[in-house]
Design a protein around this ligand. Sequence first.
Ligand SMILES: CC(C)(COP(=O)(O)OP(=O)(O)OC[C@H]1O[C@@H](n2cnc3c(N)ncnc32)[C@H](O)[C@@H]1OP(=O)(O)O)[C@@H](O)C(=O)NCCC(=O)NCCS
Length: 323
Amino acid sequence: MELIELADSSLLEQVLDDTYGLWGDGLSRKAYGLWNLAQMKTRWGKENLARVGLVEGDRVMVSAKRYLFDAVIAGHPTRVLGIGAVFTPESRRGQGLAPRLVEAMIADGKARGCTVALLFSEIGAAYYTRLGFTAVPRQMVTIDVPHTRRGAPATMVRAADPLDFPEIAAVSMTYAMKASFALNRTPDLIEFGIMRRRLRAGLGPAGLRQVEIYVAEEGYRAAAFIVVSRGPEGVVLEDCGDRDPSGARIGALLEAYVERDPSQADRTLRAWLPDGLHPPQVRFSAPFDAPEIMMVRHLPTDASGPPLISPAPHPTWWPLDVF
Ligand SMILES: CC(C)(COP(=O)(O)OP(=O)(O)OC[C@H]1O[C@@H](n2cnc3c(N)ncnc32)[C@H](O)[C@@H]1OP(=O)(O)O)[C@@H](O)C(=O)NCCC(=O)NCCS
C-alpha cells in the first residue's frame, strides 16, 4: 500500500462518507463535502493541504489530512508536517493501519524538508505516545470582559476585510519573533484559518455558529485585531494582536465586541495568549489545559543535529491555527 493524495473524487467521497459522522460539526453531508473542498481551494490550502491515504484497489484503507506549515523553531526557519483527521473505517481497525499511514506521512514529510510532525489528539496522549509523539503542554485562560458604564470605547473599530490580512499577519508575526516555536503566519495562512471558520458557520444551520473579525485602525492601518467565534463550544478568542505591547487595543476591541449588542451574554471568552500579553481592561481566570492535546515528534535529518523542540515550553499557536 502506497501513500497517495486522494485527489480522485470517488476516493475523497469515501473518506467524507466515513468521517462525516465524527467530524460533520452540525453540517449536512453535502455542506460537509463543500466545506472540505473549499478549504483545499483557498490560496494556502491549494499549496499546503491535502487529504492522503493508503489505498488498496478502489478502497481507502486509512486516511488523514496533511498540512505543510512554514515555522520558526529557536530562530531557525523550518517546515512542520501537520497530521489531522486520522481515520480508519471501523471494519479495518486494530490492524495497525493508522500507524502505517503516520509513518508513511512522516517519511514523505521528511522528504519535503519537515523537521517536526505535529498533531492535535482528540483521543488522549497515550495512543500517539506509542507512535513516538510527545505532548506539549498548552494552556488556555478564560477572559472576562467587565461591563463598562462608558459603553463602547472611543477607538476606531470596524469589521475587517481581506485587505487587512497582510497587516493582521504583520502584527501577528511580532509575537512569532519572540517565540521558541511559532508558525510563519502569512496573509494566506490567516485567510485560510478565517475562511475555514467562516465557511463552517455559513454552511451550517442559521445561528449555530458565527465568526467575527474586528480591527482597530491607526492611520487607516489595522493596528490591532480580534477574531472571535461563537458556537456550541462557547465563545473563543481565536486570534488577536496589537502593535502596542500592552495589548490595550485588544482590550478596547473586546469591549467594543461585547458592547455591540449588550443583550448577548458573550462577556466570557476562552483564549490562548502569548506570554506577557495581558490587555489591561479584561480579567483572566487561572490557566487550564487546552482541550486539544498538541503532540510533536522531531524528525531528525542528517543535517539537523539535536532536537530543536523537546518539547518547546511555550509554543505560539493560536486557536485559529488548531486543525
Ligand atoms: C484511532 C484510530 C485512527 C486507530 O486506527 P487503527 O488503524 O485501528 O490503528 P491501530 O491498529 O494502531 O489501533 C488500534 C488501537 O487504537 C486504539 N484506539 C482506538 N480508538 C481510541 C480512542 N478513542 N482512544 C484511545 N485509543 C484508541 C485502540 O485502543 C487500539 O489499541 P491497542 O493496539 O492497544 O489494541 C481509529 O480507531 C479511528 O479511526 N478512530 C476514529 C477517528 C479518530 O478518533 N481519530 C483520531 C483523531 S486524533
